[in-house]
Design a protein around this ligand. Structure first.
Ligand SMILES: NC(=O)c1ccc[n+]([C@@H]2O[C@H](COP(=O)([O-])OP(=O)(O)OC[C@H]3O[C@@H](n4cnc5c(N)ncnc54)[C@H](OP(=O)(O)O)[C@@H]3O)[C@@H](O)[C@H]2O)c1
Length: 209
């Protein structure tokens, strides 16, 4: 399995370290290819770093680790995404993190699908903080759930496998349009984590009573 990660920030570097440590072949794409290559070297395990287009071209699964406001530029830079699985981890939030920018009748995931109509967009990971990506941060606690919403069955299965490989519990969250509901849950988690004192180990989980 090989995965491209677009973005070298908190989530991008966290995914690179996690997946490389699980034996996944990782290629990091950054708008600054040198920064991406440096990060890849730090991550090790054969991880490569390059520009966004080269990274996107070389993998079938692409994690978009860029803020929602910049995703249109990142998707344009990625080039031809026909048939690729695009993993949207974003929470489309305001700069102060306190509110959503869009919702109710659409979602970041659906807007990304419009920007890349020939790709298969999957919503996942938006309800966990970057601090929970390292496997060590989850040791000794119940499995952390990652909600996976998509319209394409195979794409959802591939992303669920990746989620499981990283030591999370993949939860089928239905069609891509359910990102309309997952994104507010991500925003609520940000309120718990940052504004209500829970810290960044907070993560929602869905339980049967
Ligand atoms: N942080 C979290 O805990 C968390 C949790 C759940 C979901 N998310 C979501 O994950 C995504 C990334 O968040 P983050 O915290 O990793 O952000 P971050 O640390 O600020 O990193 C953002 C990355 O986006 C890149 N970028 C900015 N503008 C770009 C452009 N026009 N084209 C291509 N790349 C561009 C930046 O590149 P440079 O390095 O060149 O500036 C940087 O590598 C967001 O959508 C966020 O909502 C974050």
């Amino acid at each position: 399995m090989n995965v491209a990660i677009i973005g070298t920030g908190k989530m991008g570097s966290g995914f690179a370290r996690l997946l490389a440590s699980q034996g996944v072949e990782v290629i990091i794409g950054g708008r600054d290819a040198i920064k991406a290559a440096q990060l890849a070297q730090e991550v090790g395990g054969g991880t490569r770093g390059t520009d966004i287009a080269s990274a996107a071209k070389s993998a079938e699964l692409i994690i978009l680790a860029v803020y929602y406001q910049k995703l249109d530029e990142a998707i344009r830079a990625a080039g031809n995404l026909t048939g690729k699985v695009l993993i949207d981890i974003s929470n489309p939030i305001t700069e102060d993190f306190k509110d959503l920018l869009i919702g109710h009748r659409t979602s970041a995931a659906e807007e990304i699908q419009k920007l890349a109509p020939d790709a298969k967009v999957v919503k996942a990971y938006n309800t966990i903080f970057a601090q929970l990506l390292p496997a060590e941060s989850r040791e000794g606690r119940e499995p952390v759930q990652v909600f996976v919403a998509a319209d394409d069955y195979e794409a959802k299965r591939a992303v669920s496998d990746l989620v499981t490989k990283g030591g999370f519990e993949a939860v089928d969250a239905g069609p891509l349009s359910n990102a309309r509901f997952l994104e507010p849950i991500g925003e609520m988690n940000i309120h718990f984590g940052f504004f209500l004192g829970w810290g960044t180990s907070a993560a929602p989980s869905w339980k049967k009573a």
